[in-house]
Design a binder for this molecule. Sequence first.
Ligand code: DX5
Ligand code: ZN
Length: 224
Amino acid sequence: MTPPPIIAPSILASDFSRLAEEVRRIEGAADWAHVDVMDNHFVPNLTIGLPVVQSLRKATVIPFDVHLMITDPERWAPGYAEAGAYNVTFHAEASEDPVALAKTLRAAGAKAGLAIDRDTPVEPYLELLPYFDTVLIMTIKAGFGGQSFMPELLGKVRDVRRRVQVGDLDVRIEVDGGIAADTIEQAAEAGADAFVAGTAVYGAADPAEAVRKLRALAANRMGT
Ligand code: DX5
Ligand code: ZN
C-alpha cells in the first residue's frame, strides 16, 4: 500500500522576522515544516542555525524536517536531533561516514535523512538506504530557494524508488527544489512521496490552501 504524500513547506521562503507565525500558518495542513540550515561553507548562502530551531521548536507542534546544508555534519547534526527535530537530513557530499551518523541521529531520537545534491550520482549510496528513514533528492543545486525545477534529476528518484521496492525498505523519498503545482506530479510519478515546497507555499496568498492543492496533485499521481 502506498503511504499518503508528505508535504513539507520550506520556511526559507517565509518571513524570517515572523518565523513562529509563519510556521503556524501551515499547521494542520502540512505534515512537516522543512528547515533549511545553510552555513556559508557547504553552500554560499547563510540562513539559520540551532538556536533558532530550538526556539521555534517551542512555538509550534508541527514536526521539523531539518535539511542541513553544512560541512562537518558529524559535529552539528546530533544537536538538531536533541532539539527535537523529527527528521534530520545531512548531505552525502559532506559526510565521511553517513551510516555512522545515521545511527547517531536515530539513537538521539530522530529519523535520519541522506541528501543527494544536483551533481552527485545516487548509485554509490543505494546500498546505504537500509540505514536511513528518508532520502532527499535535490531537484535543483542546493543553496537557494526560488530556483527552477530540473526534471532531468528525477532519474535519481526512479533509481531510489526501484531499490526501495526491491528491498521492501521503509524509506521516504523526498524531493526538494522548484516543487510547485506544475512540477509535483512529475516528481510523484517518478516515485517521490515527500515534497518540499518553499516559494509555492509561502509565495501563495493562502499557504495552507497551497499545501492542500499540492497534496491533492501528488496523491492523485501516487495512487493514494
Ligand atoms: C534550497 C533548499 C530548498 C528551498 C526550496 O537549497 O534546500 O528547501 O527552500 O525552495 P523552492 O521550493 O522555492 O525551490
Ligand atoms: Zn531544503
